[in-house]
Design a binder for this molecule. Structure first.
Ligand SMILES: CC(C)(COP(=O)(O)OP(=O)(O)OC[C@H]1O[C@@H](n2cnc3c(N)ncnc32)[C@H](O)[C@@H]1OP(=O)(O)O)[C@@H](O)C(=O)NCCC(=O)NCCS
Length: 170
């Protein structure tokens, strides 16, 4: 873990740096269509970027994480979707991603969130407690990669829908 890594909410001045980090992180990702930075910009414009955190190291933005509300069976049940998560390739594998996810989940709980979903690698997200659930599904994706993490006791059941902005980049 990098010493003096600072995780904080984005500020208006960070937007270009965030775009650069996201583009660089997804540049060679085979599962990406390299539009994740556009998604974040659209969510921000739609005021649907519920939480947007940056990882800052030596006055440089080296990572970013975004969360937006999701609906479950067309209702707001206090759940959020984590997407995207990006770490500058020059700074990967040094704990930046983990620090961003941990800070994001902590901030979501402070918002009284009921839970969070993510479409991603179970090996990576499993360490935070995310797991595939037969109770939550997302259309057209393999169930093993759609993961949920519940913050509250009561169970939820249903089909998850991300913000409409996601449909433009599917
Ligand atoms: C995935 C990503 C955010 C991880 O960030 P990071 O700062 O490099 O990761 P950390 O240093 O916090 O964690 C390192 C751990 O993650 C694992 N890891 C790194 N990239 C991974 C990936 N793409 N898939 C699965 N595991 C991954 C490492 O093997 C390491 O595991 P270990 O702790 O068991 O040794 C970063 O590699 C990235 O930006 N990738 C491109 C964009 C992307 O795939 N985003 C996630 C999907 S939205």
């Amino acid at each position: 873990m990098l010493k003096q890594l600072h995780i904080r909410p984005e500020q208006a001045i960070d937007q270009e740096a965030i775009e650069r980090v996201i583009q660089a992180a997804f540049l060679t990702a085979i599962y990406s269509n390299q539009t994740e930075h556009c998604l974040v910009n659209d969510l921000r414009k739609a005021q649907a970027l519920s939480l947007s955190l940056v990882a800052e190291y030596q006055q440089q933005i080296i990572g970013h994480i975004a969360f937006s509300k999701v609906a479950i069976d067309e209702e707001d049940q206090g759940w959020y979707g984590l997407a995207p998560l990006a770490v500058d390739p020059n700074w990967q594998n040094q704990g930046v991603g983990v620090a961003l996810v941990e800070a994001g989940l902590k901030a979501l709980k402070a918002l009284d969130a009921a839970g969070c979903v993510v479409l991603g690698d179970p090996d990576y997200y499993g360490r935070f407690g995310f797991q595939a659930s037969p109770h939550l599904s997302l259309a057209d994706v393999p169930a093993a990669y759609f993961l949920g993490l519940r913050f509250k006791e009561h169970a939820v059941l249903g089909t998850v829908e991300y913000h409409a902005a996601f449909a433009n980049y599917a």
